[in-house]
Design a protein around this ligand. Structure first.
Ligand code: GSH
Ligand code: FE2
Length: 346
């Protein structure tokens, strides 16, 4: 396995690059905007292809690198389903699994620092965001933070992992890099409480100043989405309402770009072909499955995904491959459902 812990000394943020092999797919956790050049360089040097970028929560202390990485690598951006970020390509919840080639992360909902805080477990290690820090815990005094929920997330979820599970947090302000669950249970001063009420009282006493970047970072991090309006202007997007009217039309080929797990959880559109986003470039090049089907049937490909990010990128990929007549459903299945469109089991 390839594992890199990267540090942004300005915000004290740790970011992580994971991959199963050189030459393969990679995922990054909690990238920082100012470090995106560095990540891209390292990805090139390690011969990795970034396919997913995850934020553990909506950060208040630095601007996320999610949007910039998506624009540069066409990776899928991921956050938890509670997030207030405008558009992320994929939203995950408790019990989901984020997979790339050769490795997968189990999704654990750990609210408390914020209401959109998640941890991600991969084999012997857990990425705890700002829920569990090394000898500390994330503050709970803003962004719908809640000390009671954080106690539950830590004591009833994270501390139930095996003692030797490695703990990789999103921040450290003292120079520590890694810990273990057993070590934190025994020596983390915030966790030596007798009850949830003691923990709540302890967190209420912290009275920390707001992060220096908070007024910049929070609004910026709520606008990480791909701007889909440009495609609409070019006539390459259908609103959910227009798309609903197209359902069943013989000249339209609906293509679902989401993963099998998203289809199983949220359903799909009747008659849609399944062609997951990671394979889209292969599918659209000469000889590719989608290109051949579109040519043979004369149908216009209409891509859709969860929120319209992957489908907008697929329209772009199609244009680059010389296929001008594709479109996507703006806002994805989410917008489709909100407009009252019917879904079938995926
Ligand atoms: N001095 C830092 C403080 C950042 C901060 O408050 N960090 C949050 C995480 S977003 C936290 O929970 N800190 C825990 C602590 O300081 O004990 C800054 O201005 O950026
Ligand atoms: Fe945070």
């Amino acid at each position: 396995m390839i594992f890199r812990q990267l540090f942004d000394s300005v915000s004290g943020t740790y970011s992580y690059i994971l991959a199963s092999r050189s030459g393969g797919e990679a995922v990054i956790i909690d990238p920082v905007l100012e470090k995106v050049d560095r990540y891209c360089q390292l990805l090139r040097e390690l011969d990795l292809r970034l396919v997913k970028a995850i934020d553990t929560h909506l950060h208040a202390d630095h601007v996320t690198g999610l949007g910039a990485l998506r624009d540069r690598t066409h990776c899928v951006t991921i956050m938890g389903e509670q997030t207030k970020a405008d558009v992320v390509a994929m939203r995950v919840g408790e019990g989901d699994r984020i997979a790339i080639e050769g490795l997968s992360l189990d999704v654990i909902y750990t609210p408390g620092h914020t209401d959109d805080s998640y941890s991600f477990l991969m084999a012997d290690r857990v990425f705890t965001g700002d829920t569990l820090l090394i000898r500390g815990t994330g503050r709970t005094d803003f962004q719908n933070g809640d000390a009671r929920q954080q106690y539950d997330s830590i004591f009833n979820k994270l501390l139930r992992l095996p003692d030797d599970t490695l703990v990789y947090p999103a921040h450290d302000y003292k120079g520590d890099t890694v810990s273990t669950i057993g070590e934190e249970r025994r020596y983390n001063p915030r966790l030596q409480v007798q009850s949830v009420d003691d923990y709540v009282a302890l967190m209420a006493k912290l009275k920390l100043p707001n992060p220096k970047m908070m007024d910049v970072a929070v609004p910026a991090n709520m606008r990480v989405g791909l701007h889909q309006e440009e495609l609409t202007r070019q006539g390459l997007a259908l609103s959910a309402r227009e798309a609903i009217e197209c359902l069943g039309r013989p000249d339209v080929l609906l293509v679902d770009l989401r993963e099998a797990s998203e289809r199983a959880k949220h359903g799909t559109l009747s008659g849609a072909l399944h062609a997951p986003y990671p394979g889209i470039a292969d599918n659209l090049k000469p000889g590719g499955m989608l290109r051949e089907v579109a040519a043979a049937t004369g149908r216009r490909i209409v891509f859709f995904c969860a929120y319209g990010e992957r489908s907008a990128m697929a329209v772009q990929t199609a244009q680059d491959a010389g296929l001008a007549n594709t479109a996507h459903i703006e806002g994805g299945l989410d917008a489709w459902k909100k407009a009252g469109g019917p879904v079938v089991a995926g």
